[in-house]
Design a protein around this ligand. Sequence first.
Ligand code: MN
Length: 239
Amino acid sequence: MQPLIGITGAFDQSEEKYYLRSSYVAAVERAGGVPAVIPYVCTSEAVTAYVRSCDGFVFSGGGDIDPSFWLEEPQPGLGEVDPWRDLFEITLAREVLVSDKPALFICRGIQLLNVVLGGDVVQDICTNIQHQQRAPRYHPSHDVLLEPQSRLFRLIHQPVVRVNSFHHQALGRIGDDLYIAARSRDGLVEAVEHTASRFVLGVQWHPEAMKDELSARLFSTLVEMAAPPLKNAQIRVTG
Ligand code: MN
């Protein structure tokens, strides 16, 4: 049985359409998972059903989170906010953490994970490294330095990897039980791991769009960790 991986998407208000970049679906498929794109339905029954049905989750990239969640006023550099998506993903992320199912939080996702765990987000970063690259999406444009003790490091065994970058915000105060696994050379947090979970990882870059070894391993590890254990009936004992 291939694990079912729920992927959150976005919503276009004017067109009344859900949408998601196909690279997320392709990355889950390549890793051996069955992708399922989940629409926003905020009732607790729906969220519980999604969490029960899916074996693992990908929180995809997108717009900015309403800073009211960390008790800040919106600043001039804040981008587009979708209150409905915020509410849905925060509710879903809480239940996913409680369920201890594996999850990958990408770009907006790492910020959402941080906010859910009590951290905050810098609304518009100002640094001398370009974090909104104008190169193609797959292109690795800046370095990240991996913490040697991190799970991320154990996936690739390299102290420095080069990643793509499409964000104008970054983690500020770090949420509870989050371990900083990687930073860019200007000190921004580029990856975190939830130490209280089996496999909950946030990355500020977009591995679904990249073609390197680490990106593939992020998705294959998610799928491996999501694989439901063999039922007793399937185990044959000989002798
Ligand atoms: Mn970056």
